[in-house]
Design a protein around this ligand. Structure first.
Ligand code: 8OZ
Length: 365
């Protein structure tokens, strides 16, 4: 049995996590009609409940906030009821789970939007990327710039999503401020060319992300509100000319809001950690809540970073897809199941709930 700080408990706001492993939010595109969580999600998240904290797949706060086929929502009664089954199972197994609140902004397609309208963005600039709709990859649609008068409605949709998540039994929520989606689009100058109070300098570009964080925290409590950011990722065609001062400022403000954690994607999402120079410890040092580090971590790197006190918690993504008992496998130094990329997005139980845990793996022929 290996000993490691990874297996020590951690106090996150008013809850205690049994270890420092976090299951990262992972889009799986298996929601049913009405964008209700698939009943298989109950099994899927339940199988992974030994992680200190689970973060749900990105979950849209409105139909306008959806950008891909079959992703779940948190804006209807049916969706809340579907998620309630997930949180009940996770809690019955002693786990903890936050819901990730999502608005995709321009990373969408007219076929998913209310009245087949244009997706919304800070500015009418189309992303050079694809989405998955109607069973195939398609270019994202040309967006329209949000009117100033629409911004309060965006903030209200996050606030309501947070209230709904708590009504569904989640222990807290994570605002999706990363990966080139709406809040990241506003924050970064490659996508935000506005000339009003939400565009221009750092304070103006950061405004929407911070107003959403504030509204969510006031709705469900700062001790139940985390946020995910990705300062240098090129995901979804997003870029900023000077990310260090931008995110130093954002994290200073998030600290003033007493958020319970920042969840930081270090480097290119799902890719190289060293894609651009960035001082992540500057963020950690500015923030009194927990720092969740993410991107390309394995057991060894997680240990190193926790031992050096450069993070409080480590989020693992793909490893949790294929290893429901990742915590136990790390403890025992057991081999890990390989993941199958072909079943990441869409489909049913295959590649979702059928990855074996150790006991069944060892008894399997
Ligand atoms: C993979 C496929 C679709 C969406 C993210 C929510 O990158 C996502 C996502 C990931 O944050």
């Amino acid at each position: 049995m290996s000993t490691s700080k990874l297996f020590e408990p951690f106090t996150l706001g008013s809850i205690t996590l049994s270890n420092r492993l976090v299951m990262a939010p992972l889009t799986r595109n298996r929601a049913l009609k009405g964008f209700v969580p698939n009943p298989l999600a109950v099994e899927y998240y339940g199988q992974r409940a030994s992680a200190g904290l689970l973060i749900s797949e990105a979950t849209q706060v409105s139909q306008q906030g959806q950008g891909y086929q079959d992703t779940p929502g948190i804006y209807s009664e049916e969706q809340i009821a579907g998620w309630r089954k997930v949180t009940d199972r996770v809690h019955a197994k002693g786990g903890r789970i936050f819901l990730q609140l999502w608005h995709v902004g321009r990373i969408s397609h007219t076929s998913l939007q209310p009245n087949n309208g244009a997706p919304v963005a800070p500015s009418a600039i189309r992303a050079k990327t694809k989405t998955f709709v109607n069973g195939t990859f398609a270019d994202v649609s040309e967006p329209r710039a949000l009117e100033l008068s629409e911004i309060p409605g965006i903030i209200a949709s996050f606030r309501q999503g947070a209230a709904n998540a708590v009504a569904a039994g989640f222990d807290g929520v994570e605002v999706h401020g990363a990966n080139g989606y709406l809040l990241d689009q506003f924050a970064k100058d490659g996508t935000n060319k506005r000339t009003d109070a939400y565009g221009g300098g750092i304070e103006n570009r950061a405004k929407l992300m911070l107003e959403v964080a504030k509204a969510v925290a006031s709705e469900v409590g700062a001790e139940r509100t985390g946020i995910r950011i990705s300062p240098v990722t090129p995901a979804n065609d997003v870029s900023d000319s000077n990310p260090q001062p931008l995110f130093d400022y954002i994290v200073d403000r998030l600290n003033a809001l007493n958020l319970v954690y920042i969840h930081v994607i270090e480097g290119a999402t799902g890719g190289p950690r060293d894609i651009a120079p960035f001082d992540y410890q500057s963020l950690r040092n500015r923030f009194k809540g927990a720092y969740i580090a993410n991107n390309g971590y394995d057991f060894q790197l997680a240990n190193k970073v926790l031992t050096a006190n450069e993070a409080d918690l480590i989020a693992f993504g793909k490893l949790f897809i294929s290893n429901p008992d990742l915590v136990e496998r790390f403890k025992r130094g057991a081999p890990l199941n390989a993941f199958d990329k072909a079943t990441f997005y869409g489909g049913g139980a295959k590649g979702y709930t059928d990855y074996p845990a150790l006991e069944s793996a060892s008894t399997a022929v």
